[in-house]
Design a protein around this ligand. Sequence first.
Ligand SMILES: Cc1cc2nc3c(=O)[nH]c(=O)nc-3n(C[C@H](O)[C@H](O)[C@H](O)COP(=O)(O)OP(=O)(O)OC[C@H]3O[C@@H](n4cnc5c(N)ncnc54)[C@H](O)[C@@H]3O)c2cc1C
Length: 561
Amino acid sequence: MISHDVIIVGAGLTRMRAALEAKKEGVDVSIVTKTYPIRAHSVEAQGGIAASLARVEENSWEDHMFDTVKGADYLADQDVAEILARKAPEAILELENVGTLFSRKEDGKLNQRAFGGHSNKRAVMASDKTGHAIEHTLFEQVMKSEVNIYDEWHVTRLIAEDGVCKGIMAYDMRNGEIKVMKGKSTIFCTGGYGKVYGVTSNDLQNNGDGIALAFRAGMPLEDMEFVQFHPTGLYPRGTLITEGARGEGGHLINDDGERFAKKYAPEMMELAPRDILARAIQTEIQEGRGIDGKDHVHLDLTHIEEEKIKERLPLIRELTMDSAGVDPIEEPIPVRPTAHYSMGGIHVNTNCSTPLDGFFAAGECSCVSVHGANRLGTNSLLECVVFGRRVGREAANYASDNSMPSLSSNEYLEKERDKILHLMEGEGKEKVEELRKELQETMRDNVYIFRSREGLKEALDKIIKIRERFKEVTISDESKVFNTAYTNALELENLIDVAWNITRNALEREESRGSHYRTDYEERDDENWLKHSLSYLQNGEISLEYEDVTITKYEPKKREY
Ligand SMILES: Cc1cc2nc3c(=O)[nH]c(=O)nc-3n(C[C@H](O)[C@H](O)[C@H](O)COP(=O)(O)OP(=O)(O)OC[C@H]3O[C@@H](n4cnc5c(N)ncnc54)[C@H](O)[C@@H]3O)c2cc1C
């Protein structure tokens, strides 16, 4: 059986940073990923990474922390928001030192642009390809650091026995073999779950795998009801148009030609946080002010100088020209909200440890509770590097202090083979594509930007039935080489569990906070709901508990922009 001191699942930014840090501690590190390393969703990050470097205007880590807490609608743990904001400048300099080519001003200093919900210009960027620049630089470092890489391995199980994590199981996509990998420490950096919705900015690989595997291994998930809808996805499919476009001065316009953001956020307008602007756009559409009565409004950049668009937003221009035939220098871009980011995830403490010994999580799949009910743009890449470093060190120390667990793999291998046989040779009539479509439609109809008890109840019933029907899924492809029909089925199973958690938590939370908006409870209710939701799998049902929010500096106030 293969064994490594530290197993890291995922190939995004969090994983890269974690691997480098763990390696520095002198332990043996492996990375397991279902895509080739530089194909993780992190590569697609566009607009920037936040830090109070004050290269363009006055800035302090305290302001950054406060903006993060207010942006989160006061559900972020403030000790964690402090770590994020304090560590940000150092994290950026570290990335620079290993060669990340960030955009600069004429005086040679780093450039920083405005971003939603941030009161100062603090987004450090590599034009609109920031994730690409960072991920490639860190990958170069990983390549020279003798980390073992197992790519195109789809992880199918987290192995937990007697309160200890012992490793993982994976399906080798190249030859259909099932593998067991034993480890002293296992870290999940498996990203988000955008594909729970049909219209999303996320990559095809973002199916909440790690979140669902942890849930099925008995781990608590935190704050799953909080799903971020980014205001500006390209109509109709939802591909991301970075907030950087509004940071550079873009306007949102409805069918009456009105800059409607002023009705919803009189001060910050188009630079209000995402939850507020996503609701604003959706309201304009629902009330009939979408462009030509369609489900979109306009993002207008035509008043911005051509040179600035070419220099700061080249990817966006290429994307809108290729996908929609729209040159933003000449015409406005059609946009609608798009499912973008998972604030919730695997419950971890500030050191990224879970309640299961030897199991850690970081990045978008985790909930260290820094984004609360609504994440600010550019804080996610920052979380990946700050907490990636932390989790790498923690997991390496744990591995140094503990011996390799004993593990007998036969039972697990048998279960996995039975599952494959059931999917390939079973008699069931359900099909992956149809169930996925039904799930996504249910989420769009009832667990979207505006929610109500009635809709959530209806969705919950449907999801529970879809979960049952999944047992009757069969696939028609029995090949062993790159059997995507099989991996799609595994991903659907994970999407269903993620959707189940989002909906169940959303039904319980009878208030409106950040991205979770209930039309039947339109106000934030700090007295009853200033708390984190923790959902567990117990005897085949979801059981819910609640935990206090850590408040260190800023008492909750009404949130206005
Ligand atoms: C289009 C877009 C633009 C964005 N722009 C910005 C931005 O400008 N600034 C910002 O701060 N944030 C941005 N974000 C958010 C940010 O990019 C992500 O939250 C962050 O990159 C997530 O990194 P991660 O390391 O947690 O996961 P990811 O980069 O998503 O990586 C997850 C990895 O886990 C692997 N994996 C998943 N499941 C399995 C499995 N079962 N077996 C094996 N491997 C598995 C995947 O293959 C992948 O390699 C953007 C997001 C999107 C979608």
